[in-house]
Design a protein around this ligand. Sequence first.
Ligand SMILES: [Ca+2]
Ligand SMILES: [Ca+2]
Ligand SMILES: [Ca+2]
Length: 135
Amino acid sequence: MISRRFILAMVAAVTLGQSHSPALAAHHNASPIKMIDTDNDGTVDLQEAKKAASDLFAKLDRDHDGTLDKKELAGRLSAKEMTAADPDHDGTLTADEYLAVVEQRFNAADPDKDGTLDAKELNSRAGRALLRLLK
Ligand SMILES: [Ca+2]
Ligand SMILES: [Ca+2]
Ligand SMILES: [Ca+2]
């Protein structure tokens, strides 16, 4: 026989469980490294950075023409960086051009040249510039 008191306790537990949902908490506290670090080794390698960048590229390409224009980039690149990244000067970046910038920023953010970015490297100026292209 299940008592009314037991049911009330269960309801309270479920309600509490919802307001402290681990999924929600994880989402709220999600560090950039966790979202990008798909093999969970605590660092971001170039492959992981490019994967995140490709996902973002697809998301930003609202008109689905396969390129990002200035509006779609929404300030992720300065005018100067855009010119440097856009060798044919048509004002848009293809995925290849975008990933080339990602690779440049990745290397800039990896001063110890071990091929991975740890949390400290990602928090550096260069690391944060890279993250703007990944999320
Ligand atoms: Ca990793
Ligand atoms: Ca586009
Ligand atoms: Ca490194």
